[in-house]
Design a protein around this ligand. Structure first.
Ligand code: AGP
Length: 594
């Protein structure tokens, strides 16, 4: 994971770097550092902790060029020495790295058996390797090409050369990196958001490419040294989308955005007032004898709902796989399968590994993602965008609802015989979401009563509600650190009910007529064993005493609304415990390591 930035030009370099890094903290936040070029010297400030801490320790030096890093530790604990940037022992090169070098040990043995490395990171190997090749071939760009040829794994690098005040270098393989272009300056970042305050014009950098960046020029090269001509693109991300505004946390802002996200999806997937998706994509889905949905975390949970939507609306059988499992335990595939990858970030390494695998087998893939131009989007045959706007909080909320909404439109349009009006049904969802977002106090009160000091919690449900229970458990555990499990309500009595004791919180989700009475019986069973129960139900299946009752929506779309009080419950449980809601411990937003 990790985020990197680099800047050259006449501006307050340190501030540009630190502000960019703050935007990238979603990628990791256990240590941070910058290197700035000043008076023919490269000065490094780095430490364990967040960017806010780095701001306090950084010096006053003026500069026209610098690089920065925010870290999610993979090699070595978070501490000052392991923090980036890293400098070669001859003092000439200083670099920041996002990614993992897979042949770190082999290269150390081969080239640096005698060298005593200072840190435990794989990055230090990279900077020494660069220095080694510069000593051998003199020219930095030649050395970079040799280094790129040697390294295996993922690496986005930004490199300062103490002996050259006019340029810095960037290298990309598998980890994301964009070049931002401006008037009198140029910069780089792990994503566009890190640069949006300065520019909205970007060059894409592809795998196995490097670039030389000066104040008024950007030159992009292939690994062979051949120069590449590339057009820039303009980002349509609104800079306000990456600000918290009046909200205390991005998570709450993003929960509140969900009604608008559904409306935006309805606008984006519309032609002549009717729902619309490119005919090539629809034919691809129609020609599949089986759909394999592959995703991780929350996106996997959206995939479980996607299976219900496809099977009910198209009759095409669907299997849903956790990306990291699919790669190493690939199931028997059908004759003409279609692979759908779901990923908010479009950068998840586990999902990408699965995509690489299925592409190597010659199959077609469709990616559903929030990030245009992301790796999973570029490497699939087709992409459907979520149009949810940037999701900054580590806990995914609006991306989940957007994923389900887009999946519902795709499944619906795949089968021309579907007769109900999905457009209308999704607009009802949007209104219900708005009502739910206006009733936060009810959920806050429930969280205060049920979850103030508990160490564990259970979510239960059947059918659609079971899949929502899985997402509910992930949401609560990842930000409140309450050990939470999502269970099929009928399965509790086969073992897990043994864990229920006095005051164990059990939250039931009831949205479907056919499971209503059964789930209610399960609620009674746990209540009889001392559980503190709470029921979230839809109006048509509600009963006296249900604490949270939601207006009705189409039975296939209930996860879009039942999830909202659950997201809020997680938010308030974490808030009441005074936790860092947007940046929970040990996690990062974009998981770019396998
Ligand atoms: C959920 O809140 C998490 N942030 C996480 O499970 C996430 O959904 C997972 O890492 C997959 O990310 P992606 O959608 O960007 O591929």
């Amino acid at each position: 994971m990790c985020g990197i930035v680099g800047f050259i030009g006449q501006k307050d370099v340190k501030n540009v770097l630190l502000t960019g890094l703050e935007t990238l903290e979603y990628r990791g936040y256990d240590s941070a550092g910058v290197a700035i070029y000043t008076n023919n010297e490269v000065i490094v400030y780095k430490d364990k902790g967040r960017i806010s801490h780095l701001r306090q320790v950084i010096g006053e030096d003026a500069s026209t060029m610098g690089i920065g890093h925010t870290r999610w530790a993979t090699h070595g604990v978070p501490n000052q020495v392991n923090s980036h940037p890293h400098t070669s022992q001859d003092g000439r090169f200083t670099l920041v790295h996002n990614g993992v070098i897979e042949n770190d040990d082999a290269l150390r043995c081969k080239y640096f058996a005698e060298l005593k490395f200072k840190s435990e990171t794989d990055t230090e190997l990279v900077v020494e390797l660069l220095s080694y090749y510069v000593n051998k071939y003199t020219q930095v760009d030649v050395a970079i090409r040799h280094m790129m040829n040697r390294l295996k794994g993922s690496f986005a690098l930004a490199i300062l050369d103490r002996d050259n005040p006019d340029v810095f270098y960037v290298v990309k393989n598998k980890s994301p990196l964009l070049i931002g272009i401006g008037d009198g300056f140029n910069m780089v970042g792990s994503d566009a958001m890190a640069m949006l305050r300065e520019t909205n014009k970007f060059f894409e950098l592809n795998d196995k490419e490097y670039a030389i960046i000066s104040r008024d020029k950007v030159e992009i090269f292939e690994i062979t040294g051949a120069i590449i001509k590339r057009d820039y693109f303009e980002s349509s991300i609104d800079p306000n989308d990456i600000e918290k505004g009046t909200y205390k946390h991005f998570m709450l802002k993003e929960i509140d955005e969900q009604p608008f996200v559904i409306r935006r999806i309805l606008e984006e997937y519309q032609l002549n007032s009717h729902l619309y998706i490119d005919e090539n994509i629809l034919s691809l889905v129609r020609s599949a004898d089986r759909i394999f949905i592959i995703a991780a975390g929350t996106s996997f949970h959206a995939g479980l709902i996607g299976k219900q939507l496809f099977e009910k609306l198209t009759n095409i059988p669907v299997e849903v796989y956790i990306s990291s499992e699919f790669v190493y335990n690939t199931p028997i595939l059908s004759i003409s399968p279609l692979f759908i990858f779901i990923s908010q970030s479009g950068e998840t390494a586990d999902s990408r590994a699965a995509l690489v695998k299925i592409k190597s087998l010659g199959y077609k893939a469709l990616t559903i993602t929030n990030v245009k131009g992301s790796t999973l989007s570029r490497e699939a045959d087709y992409t459907l965008l979520l149009h949810a706007g940037p999701e900054i909080a580590v806990a995914s909320t609006k991306a989940y609802t957007a994923q389900i909404a887009v999946l519902s439109i795709l499944a619906y349009l795949t089968n021309p015989n579907n007769t109900f009006d999905l457009q209308h049904e999704l607009s009802i969802v949007s209104s219900v979401l708005e009502t739910l977002c206006d009733q936060k106090e009810v959920v806050e009160e429930c969280a205060r009563e049920l979850l103030p000091t508990t160490r564990n919690c259970f979510y239960i449900g059947r059918h659609m509600d079971y899949f929502v229970a899985l997402e509910a458990a992930l949401k609560l555990k990842e930000i409140s650190y309450i050990q939470t499990e999502g269970f099929a309500a009928g399965e509790l009595k086969h073992g897990t009910i043994a864990l229920i004791e006095k005051n164990t919180p059990v939250i039931a989700i009831i949205s479907q007529e056919n499971i209503n009475l059964n789930t209610r019986s399960n609620v009674k069973e746990v209540k009889a064993r001392g559980a503190n129960t709470l029921v979230i139900s839809l109006k048509s299946v509600s009963a006296d005493g249900d604490q949270i009752v939601i207006d009705d929506v189409h039975p296939l779309l209930t996860p879009l609304v039942t999830i909202v009080p659950i997201q809020l419950m997680a938010y308030y449980a974490a808030l009441h415990r005074n936790l860092d809601i947007d940046k929970p411990r040990n996690l990062a937003k974009s998981v770019t390591v396998e």
